[in-house]
Design a protein. Structure first.
Length: 340
């Protein structure tokens, strides 16, 4: 079977692609015409086919810039990106603003808080500061540019005013945008922005006999959150219901930090202190022998030796009494006689 030839008249080259041989195919891909023959030699390189462009030829009769536009948009004269070359900072700033009857919306880059960002001479500035300086002059050092309209992207100088951080916080409270209703008070319960429970749910948890883990799995939250609310570490404004499962649990464990459990804990602590005092009184009233001298009680021995009861008790406990002094107390006296 004979092999196909190039379709260009007078060419006997073998077919390569698009009906042309390799040489004419490359001309067709580069210039759109297989018959184009570029001049060779210094100073003979063709330029872009557009009359307004004198840049060197790149492909398909265009320079590199117009060729890319032709490949992307089908038209070498289309410029989709707005060009800011040759503009001064003021013109460049206002090209990024969309003006309305009220706010002037910044359409340039913004930070994570929604405020406009303007870059000038390698430094980044807030668009509100730039707008203020264009309209009213230099902004004092340390001053903040605040909004009357509470629109972070607004750069209308009529909606801006200077103030300190304290003025900014005061303006926030006056406009009802604070986290708490009163600046000097903390938000409790559902008024807190980070609240995950409600007053009724906390009351139900404290009245329930379900475990903390079961409540945490049912609510889809960490068990520490449920435990803190249950023991009164959080949600302290919610009173513990009388005779609740939580109160009974507190009575058994003696946990601290519970609303109603505190009373039980204090009573238990008082009983323990009374029992300790009784034990001390009993120990103090028993006879004791030190270095062969018998005393009616530990208090009498401390008084005779010129020590306080605490000092004498500490020396007896730690063995700081000299070796030649034998100490016997109760049943320990019989045990000491058996020692070699």
């Amino acid at each position: 079977m004979p092999q196909a030839r190039c379709t260009v008249q007078g060419c006997k080259g073998l077919h390569y692609g698009q009906g042309y041989c390799s040489k004419h195919y490359k001309r067709f891909k580069a210039h759109g015409n297989p018959h184009v023959v570029l001049p060779r030699g210094p100073g003979q390189r063709p330029t872009c086919s557009l009359l307004s462009c004198n840049r060197p030829h790149y492909a398909h009769g265009y320079c590199q810039s117009h060729y890319r536009r032709w490949r992307l948009y089908g038209d070498p004269n289309v410029a989709r990106q707005v060009q800011y070359k040759g503009l001064n900072p003021r013109q460049y700033f206002f090209m990024r603003i969309t003006k309305t009857d009220g706010c002037w919306h910044w359409r340039g880059p913004q930070d994570r808080d929604g405020y406009g960002v303007f870059r000038l001479q390698g430094k980044t500035y807030r668009a509100t500061h730039v707008s203020w300086e264009i309209a009213y002059g230099h902004c004092p050092i340390g001053a903040h540019v605040l909004h009357h309209c509470d629109n972070p992207s607004c750069v209308n100088p009529e909606h801006l005013f200077l103030g300190t951080m304290a003025d900014n916080m005061k303006d926030m409270w006056l406009k009802g945008r604070g986290r708490y209703e009163i600046p000097t008070e903390r938000a409790h319960g559902v008024n807190n922005a980070h609240a995950k429970l409600t007053d009724d749910l906390v009351l139900e948890i404290r009245q329930s006999s379900m475990s903390t883990r079961e409540w945490a799995n049912a609510l889809g939250m960490a068990w520490q959150v449920v435990h803190s609310a249950r023991v009164g570490r959080t949600w302290k404004h919610v009173d513990m219901p009388p005779h609740s499962a939580t109160e009974r649990y507190v009575g058994e464990t003696g946990g601290s930090g519970w609303r109603k459990g505190k009373q039980h804990t204090e009573a238990t602590r008082a009983k323990m202190i009374q029992a300790a005092h009784r034990g001390v009184d009993n120990a103090m009233s028993k006879p004791i022998t030190i270095a062969g001298v018998s005393y009616a009680s530990l208090a009498d021995a401390a008084s005779a030796l010129g020590l306080t009861r605490r000092q004498l008790g500490y020396r007896l406990k730690t063995g700081l009494i000299p070796v030649e002094q034998e100490v016997s107390h109760g049943i320990d006296q019989d045990k000491s006689q058996d020692r070699p």
